[in-house]
Ligand binder design. Structure first.
Ligand SMILES: [Zn+2]
Length: 111
């Protein structure tokens, strides 16, 4: 996941208009619009894509088109029930941990 992709996610406030969702049709519509994972940007096959509620329904998100993103299975699992803010903080922690490990590796294990 990239920080820029996370910043481009819809915010909850834009989901005010009711829209009925036809899930297979929605998945196809989103896939035809952009065949890349909304979170990590990697290209994905339609059969491997998943619809994700950007703002989890269990935490107040709406089941509307504006709150849906087509994502890869790996990102869907990693995101879980996180809100966009929690996802961004989690992603930054993963990036920082990887950077610290890389620096430690360059220093022969010394921090
Ligand atoms: Zn992904």
């Amino acid at each position: 996941m990239t920080v820029s992709s996370l910043l481009a996610l819809p915010v909850q406030s834009v989901c005010e208009r009711p829209q009925r969702i036809h899930r297979p049709g929605m998945r196809r519509k989103l896939w035809l619009t952009d065949r890349h994972c909304r979170y990590c940007g990697r290209p994905m096959a339609k059969r491997r894509s998943r619809l994700d509620h950007v703002w989890p329904v269990s935490r107040g998100g709406v089941d509307r088109e504006c709150n849906l993103a087509l994502v890869c299975a790996q990102c869907d699992i990693a995101k879980g029930n996180k809100t966009p803010t929690e996802l961004m903080l989690w992603s930054l922690r993963v990036l920082l941990t990887a950077a610290v490990a890389r620096v430690r590796g360059m220093n022969g294990g010394a921090a």
